[in-house]
Design a protein around this ligand. Sequence first.
Ligand code: DHE
Length: 555
Amino acid sequence: MKVGKIVSLAAALGLMTVALQAEEIKLSKEEMAKAKQIYFDRCAGCHGMLRKGALGPWIRPEPHKDKKGAMHGTKNLGTEALKALIYNGTPGGMPGWGKSGELTKEEVDLMAKYVQLPPPQPPEKSMADLKKSWKVLVPVDQRPTKPETDRNWKNYFGVVLRDVGKIAIVDGDKKEVVSVVPSGFATHILRSSKDGRYMYVIGRDGKASLIDLWMKEPKNVAEIRVCNDARSIDTSKYEGYEGKYAVVGCYWPPSIVTLDGQTLEPLKQVATASYTYDDGVFTREARVAAIIANHHKPEWVINIKETGQVWLYNYTDVKNPTIKMVEAERFLHDGGWDSTKRYFLTAANARDTISVIDTVEGKLVANIPSQGTKPHPGRGANVDSKKYGPVWLTGHIGSNDIVAIGTDPKGHPDNAWKVVKKIKLPGEGGGNLFIKTHPNCKYIFADRPVNPDRKLQTQIYVIDKDKLEVVKTIPIPEEYLKSDDPKVKARGPVHFEFNADGSEVWTSIWGNKKTASAILVFDANTLKLKKVIQDKRLITPTGKFNVTNTMGDIY
Ligand code: DHE
């Protein structure tokens, strides 16, 4: 048969597009390497290394129907549609990588082709690999025995300088940078030890580092590359175990790694690959999302994203841990404590659900429809409402809803474990990532950095705790959003954190790698801009973690 005839037969069978595209998609070794790196940096977090989806959808070549009945599969979409998606983003929260200037047109084209090829198998990591990368930079017996500084170190902020992989330690009293410490690639978050002295930092490349704040100039005292891709870290906070262990949650290889809390020596790896809680499908890529240390038990509460389980991980016998696997919902992402630190409330974003775990009874209390699209609480915000009693709040990435959920089954049983109040952010669309409050402040603050509308994206939304309504929006002054790279606009406000006594709220302007940007400090009661912290070392600040609030889980 002639080629022309094969083509018309294939066309008649509806196979031509696929066959022709399969021929077209050939990437050189260099292109493959570049695309792999871009995928890891920009895409893997939401779509997964194996591309089966989580916060973002399935983007493997072969077709797949999701739980809501929508069909996915990159081959069916084809190069042109994929290019448009990657360039423009989606209203559901996917950034417009081309439009924002973060990827060039050529890179967008490359990625549209790359995602139509089968995903390469990511590497594993053994205990020997971990040990090779482990370094104690300052041995425990050579560290200060008391704080070497006169500064109020319990009001320090650890600020993630995301795109340069560093942490800035900022004095919260004096509003000046005390030191800048290197950490992992695209550093993600940090958590404090129970006494506040140490900051545990995790990079997206799985590099964990330990900063000692008692030093005159805080610096890393230990580091280790725990895995290839990670998002979470915490430490043991139960009485008698304070700071004894650290724990890292890995996206790849999907695992929980326990470390010595003072030296980061690796002690135990536990793989999290398992069966989805509902339909029993084996899931190799069962990633570890939020980890939260229990103050009342020697236990970490750990979200296993894709399988929809919350693991209650008892660390008393560190080499032989006991794990209770609690069925919750999919895909588990971030979450935080209620005000009593008994209940863990966490987003299951594929099902628009908040799962509630009772850590005293060790069981699921409720799966609550969040009444919005893609809940994203950060750690959420706790309010003792006059009308509803204690409530915990979350925002959503995909819709403009902030919802309050009752958390007091004894005192306010009628309100417990349901949405008691819905607060609408003004304007269309979602894009909220973080909300935050402090017991001493009468407001909750919300950002919206992934809303497509520039005006909505660059405002602070202030919610009154009594009324549970947005009472003010504060536009970020244009002068702080300037960028010397015309293609990459500064994003902000991003993420909030309070100072130790709750009188100030800080937010970041996430600029680009070339330009130092700012941290804006607002009076948390008058809502006036009180101070702009500018320093040439403050490049791409995102998350901020105050020592007192982070050690005590105050939010
Ligand atoms: Fe985060 C928390 C995962 C992108 C800033 N982020 C978390 C947690 C998870 C997570 C699992 C909860 C950790 C915990 O509590 O133990 N984040 C992911 C992703 O998978 C995602 C969507 C995509 C990716 O590729 O990483 C992602 N995150 C981002 C960002 O782009 C942000 C906005 C900027 C940045 O610095 O990376 C960002 N994530 C944060 C911050 C927190 C966080 C600031 C902690 C909030 C808090 O107050 O505790």
